[in-house]
Design a protein around this ligand. Structure first.
Ligand code: PLP
Length: 366
C-alpha cells in the first residue's frame, strides 16, 4: 500500500504549473539551441545575482559542480580537503575524483561542519575546506573563513541543499572562493532531472570552469586540460528560469511547515533550531530521538513515510572506510538519532498535523 503521506511527491499536479513549464520548454523547441542555449546564459546571470556573485557556470549536476570547482582550483593528487562527515556522498566523491584525499572533521550540533574540528586536521597537504550547508542551513562560514585565511586554505561551499539560504543576511554561495549548487529534481530549487551550477567572482575561474565543463576545450578545437562533458541542457535552464520565479514562495511554505512541526513536537523530540543570524531553506526536516528506528516503523504503519537520510557517514562508506582520517564522534552519536519527516511544500497543514499527531501518539503510547 502506498503511504498516505509520502516523503516527497515529484509529480506536477497543478495544471497551471504544467502549462507554464511546457511553454518554457516549447521556446527551446523553437530555437533549437539545446545545450548551453540562451536560457542557460539567462539562468546563470540570475543565479549569480541571487548569490551576490559576478559569475555562474551552469553544469549538468551538483556532483559535477563540486568536481569541476575543485579542478578549477588545481586540487589534485597529494592534496587533502577537509570536509564534513555528514553529507550526500557526492561531496567526498568530488574530492576523491580529483585524486585528492577527503579528510573528515566533525559536525556541530546544527549538523554542519564544526569549525573547531577543522584546525587539528590541517596538515602541510591541506589545500581546501569544503563545508556543506546541510539540510538547507548555512554552515558557520565566518569561523571557517577565518581559519581558511589564517592557514592559507581555499574555501569551497557545497551549497547543493541551500539555494537562497542566508547567514548574517548573506546568501549561501557568497562565502567561498567557489560555491556549488545542485538543481536535481529533489532539491528545493529544482529542475525535472539533473542540473547544477558553480558560482564565483574571479573571471579567470569562471573561464576555467567554462572550459572544464566541456572536455577542457578553450574554443571549438583546443583542449587545454582533460575534462568531462558536464554542460547544462537548455531544457533544464528553461524550466529552472520559470521555477526561479516561484522559489521564494516555495521556501516560505517549507519554513511554515518546519515552524508548524516545531510548535507541535518540540516537547517530545529534538527539533531543528534556527539562530537569529540564520535563514534556512528547510531542505529536510530532521527530528532527533533515541527511539528513531522504532518511530520510523511506527510511522510507516500509520501511513507516514519518514526517511533516514545519509544514514551511513561518508567516512564509513566502503569507498572511504579505513582509507583516510575521520574525527567525528559527535556525528557518530547524533546521526543514529535523526529521522526526516515529510516536509515538502506540497503538504497541507492538515497533513502536517496528521504527521505530528502520529509522532506524538508514538510517544504517548510509551
Ligand atoms: C544533491 C547533493 C549533491 C549532488 O548533487 P547532484 O545534482 O545530485 O549531483 C552534492 N552535495 C549535496 C550536499 C547534495 O545534497
Amino acid at each position: 500500500m502506498p503511504p498516505k503521506i509520502p516523503f516527497l511527491d515529484l509529480r506536477i499536479t497543478s495544471a497551471d504549473e504544467r502549462r507554464e513549464l511546457l511553454a518554457a520548454v516549447e521556446q527551446v523547441f523553437l530555437h533549437g539551441r539545446l545545450v548551453l542555449g540562451p536560457e542557460v546564459a539567462e539562468l546563470e546571470g540570475k543565479v549569480a545575482a541571487r548569490c551576490q556573485r559576478a559569475h555562474a557556470v551552469g553544469v549538468n549536476s551538483g556532483s559535477d559542480a563540486l568536481y569541476l570547482a575543485l579542478r578549477a582550483l588545481d586540487i589534485g593528487p597529494g592534496d587533502e580537503v577537509i570536509t564534513t562527515p555528514l553529507s550526500f556522498v557526492a561531496t567526498a566523491n568530488a574530492i576523491a575524483l580529483t585524486g585528492a584525499t577527503p579528510v573528515f572533521g566533525d559536525i556541530a550540533d546544527d549538523l554542519t561542519l564544526d569549525p573547531a574540528s577543522v584546525e587539528p586536521l590541517i596538515t602541510a597537504r591541506t589545500k581546501a575546506l569544503l563545508p556543506v550547508h546541510y539540510a538547507g542551513k548555512v554552515a558557520d562560514m565566518f569561523a571557517l573563513q577565518a581559519i581558511a585565511q589564517r592557514r592559507n586554505l581555499l574555501l569551497v561551499e557545497d551549497a547543493a541543499q541551500a539555494f537562497t539560504a542566508r547567514y548574517h543576511d548573506r546568501p549561501a554561495g557568497s562565502f567561498g572562493e567557489l560555491a556549488c549548487f545542485s538543481m536535481n529534481s529533489m532539491k528545493v530549487f529544482a529542475s525535472l532531472g539533473e542540473a547544477g551550477m558553480v558560482v564565483c567572482d574571479r573571471p579567470e575561474l569562471a573561464a576555467r570552469l567554462e572550459a572544464l565543463r566541456y572536455n577542457g576545450l578553450v574554443n571549438r578545437e583546443v583542449c587545454a586540460e582533460p575534462g568531462p562533458n558536464g554542460r547544462l541542457d537548455t531544457l533544464h535552464a528553461a524550466m529552472l528560469l520559470r521555477r526561479l520565479d516561484w522559489v521564494d514562495a516555495l521556501i516560505a511554505r517549507r519554513r511554515e511547515i518546519a515552524a508548524r512541526y516545531n510548535a507541535a513536537l518540540s516537547d517530545v523530540v529534538g527539533v531543528p533550531r534556527e539562530a537569529p543570524h540564520q535563514h534556512d531553506v528547510c531542505y529536510v526536516y530532521a527530528i532527533r530521538t533515541p527511539r528513531r528506528d522504532e518511530l520510523l516503523d511506527y510511522l510507516s504503519g500509520e501511513g507516514v513515510e519518514a526517511k533516514l537520510r545519509d544514514r551511513i557517514l561518508m567516512p564509513d562508506q566502503p569507498a572511504y572506510r579505513g582509507k583516510t582520517v575521520a574525527e567525528c564522534p559527535r556525528a557518530r552519536r547524533l546521526v543514529p538519532t535523526l529521522l526526516c519527516l515529510p516536509a515538502h511544500e506540497g503538504l497541507t497543514d492538515a497533513q502536517v498535523d496528521t504527521v505530528a499527531a502520529a509522532v506524538r501518539a508514538f510517544f504517548e503510547r510509551g
